[in-house]
Every structure is written in C-alpha cells, then in structure tokens.
Design a protein around this ligand. Sequence first.
Ligand SMILES: [Zn+2]
Length: 64
Amino acid sequence: MMDRSFDLHDVVEMKKPHPCGANEWKIIRMGMDIRIKCQGCQHSVLIPRKKFEKRVKKVLKKAD
Ligand SMILES: [Zn+2]
C-alpha cells in the first residue's frame, strides 16, 4: 500500500510523468490546492488536493 502522507517539500512520483520525461515533483505549496514543481524542467502546476491525492503514486523523498 502506498504511503498517502505527504508534506511540504517532499518529492513525489505521480502516476503520469511530466511530458518532459521526468517523474519527480517537489511539493512547494500545500492548501486547498497543491503546487508541485517538476524536478526535470522546473515547471510548476497547481492541482486541487483531491486530484493530487488520486494522481500521486508515492513519496520518493521525505522533507527533513
Ligand atoms: Zn517537467
């Protein structure tokens, strides 16, 4: 079972990779919406929390 707990600055993997080919995203804002930043091309996207929870695959790196 995947780890559903995530926090600000964690790096996560999504079910679908970014078109740039990378699949590592850093959580840079948490709230009703979650902003994640692609670690490959630094593009950031804002996703409603519910959608994010459906699309996230796993947490790769926990923030310290
Ligand atoms: Zn990208």
